[in-house]
Design a protein. Structure first.
Length: 283
């Protein structure tokens, strides 16, 4: 190891003090200080010397260092300009790390990563977790797996099954693109400053093809959005809000063999696909 292990509490505190850095509430920063969690994340990503990794939000380099120790080529995208100088020092000596300054939602990831597959590892700010995850998946980037630390509540939604209180549009979307697995829960004491809620590490293995066949992804996600837009509405009423006529809604539900008094939270991915495909027939 070319530098002291950043994940140790005393090292993190020393770095923050040396560079006079305070966690930005605006950017949702919480610095990880638990070596076991760091090892768990890197292990879940299943990274070796031949791999390429995109890290989102390296912070002071805690996870970045551990990723680099595997021998993988690491590209780390950091939004906070204050931390660029810190990263130069904490990651000094690692020639397999490249730091990019920018907003991951605006960075041209395809250009930065070039051709070929890669893995994504991130300790995501709670306030912007869903937009980042969905942007990565919707762009159809050549991702192999996505290992992220997120708020526990969000992780539960990502892996939720039909009929559960956590099941929603995020569940359907994540499970359409990936095979998600909640690996372990991370307590607040594993961070500086300690967040008010528990976190969780989730591994999403990106599917080579969706688990259901749809004629139009646009229609599929339109059905999903409408079904969860107002959770208490029946499918019969929710679909009418899309602009469909009562007759059209009836044909779609009948063709899919789905009772219109059901609610979106009870539907499987296959049933959402059936509804979308029946709608497509009316076009």
């Amino acid at each position: 190891m070319k530098q002291p292990m950043i994940a140790r509490k005393e090292v993190t505190l020393h770095v923050l003090k040396t560079f006079d850095i305070r966690a930005s509430k605006k950017l949702g920063q919480n610095f990880l200080i638990d070596p076991q969690v760091v090892d768990g994340i890197v292990g879940a990503a299943d990274i070796g010397p031949d791999d390429r990794v995109l890290e989102i939000g390296p912070g002071i380099g805690t996870l970045t260092q551990a990723l680099a120790e595997t021998g993988a080529a690491v590209t780390a995208v950091e939004l906070d300009q204050r931390l660029l100088t810190v990263l130069e020092k904490t990651l000094e000596g690692y020639e397999n790390i490249r730091v990019v300054h920018g907003d991951i939602l605006k960075v041209d990831i395809a250009r930065e990563m070039g051709e070929g597959g890669y893995k994504v590892v991130a300790n995501l700010p709670y306030y912007i977790t869903t937009p980042i995850v969905m942007a990565l998946l919707e762009r159809r980037l050549p991702l192999e797996r996505l290992v992220t630390m997120v708020q526990k509540e969000v992780a539960l939604r990502m892996v939720a099954k039909p009929g559960s209180k956590d099941y929603g549009a995020l569940s359907v979307a994540v499970q359409y693109y990936t095979e998600p697995e909640l690996l372990f829960v991370v307590p607040p004491r594993s961070f500086i400053p300690a967040p008010a809620v528990e976190s969780a590490v989730i591994c999403c293995k990106v599917r080579k093809a969706p688990p259901v066949e749809v004629e139009s992804e646009k229609l599929f996600f339109r059905v999903v959005k409408s079904a969860f837009g107002q959770r208490r509405k029946t499918l019969n009423n929710a679909l009418k809000l899309t602009g469909l006529s009562s007759e059209g809604v009836g044909k779609i539900l009948s063709g899919a063999g789905i009772d219109g008094v059901r609610r979106g939270e009870t539907l499987s991915l296959q049933e959402f696909a059936d509804l979308a495909n029946e709608w497509h027939k009316l076009l």
